[in-house]
Design a protein around this ligand. Sequence first.
Ligand SMILES: Nc1ncnc2c1ncn2[C@@H]1O[C@H](COP(=O)(O)OP(=O)(O)OP(=O)(O)O)[C@@H](O)[C@H]1O
Length: 237
Amino acid sequence: MLTIKHFTKSYKGGKKAVNDLNLVVEKGDIYGFIGHNGAGKTTTIRAVVGVLDFEEGDIEIGGHSIKKDPLACKAITAYIPDNPDLYDHLTGIQYLNFIGDLFSVSKADRESLIKKYGDEFEITSHFGDLISSYSHGMKQKLAIISALIHKPKLLVLDEPFVGLDPKAAHTLKKIMTEICSQGSAIFFSTHVLDVAEKLCNKIAIIKAGELITHGKTEEVKGDSSLEDVFLELIKHD
Ligand SMILES: Nc1ncnc2c1ncn2[C@@H]1O[C@H](COP(=O)(O)OP(=O)(O)OP(=O)(O)O)[C@@H](O)[C@H]1O
């Protein structure tokens, strides 16, 4: 579903943020991307979803190159950044309908999915309110629902659990498992290692722009906890 080939990114005037990263996310995967602050997670994620240009390597989503055919990639992808920037002057339901229109979601699908996810995240009663009145967590929930209503084949999330209360985090984990069991794939960054360990069937660890290990969670962590493996890998130079 997602293939990252020899992805390398340098920012202007800076050092290489990511160097020769190769990764494959398959249908059904919940793939956790972990690394220390500044390791290169957001850089990789932004390149995957087509909001950050890069010169070296290629990224394919559903067989389409993000460089050559970005629209085909974006049509089957949803991206939730770590700090979603929504339209404050719209109400929640206006925003969801706007996203539904962009992705040509049918009326029936739209109504049932907005109700399902709105109720699960306990935000349905606020859909008529202006987004400017939403708390950070409520904006996060709305962004997640807007991503889910067009049934993306690939869901890309940057630090999705930050700002969610424990119940909403639980709901998101349940939904992530549900959509991947139905054939979608998820690629997400997180610093919450115990969540990654329980939720992800695959894990990649990036350190200073280099992918240092990746694969099935049980193979990456072996008999240790993911936290122990991570701390050990990050320690050595
Ligand atoms: N716009 C930019 N201009 C220059 N350098 C940047 C820019 N954005 C990121 N970097 C650098 O690229 C490297 C990777 O940053 P990135 O944001 O991808 O890390 P991250 O793993 O997402 O970190 P965090 O966990 O703190 O969110 C860092 O050294 C950072 O300073």
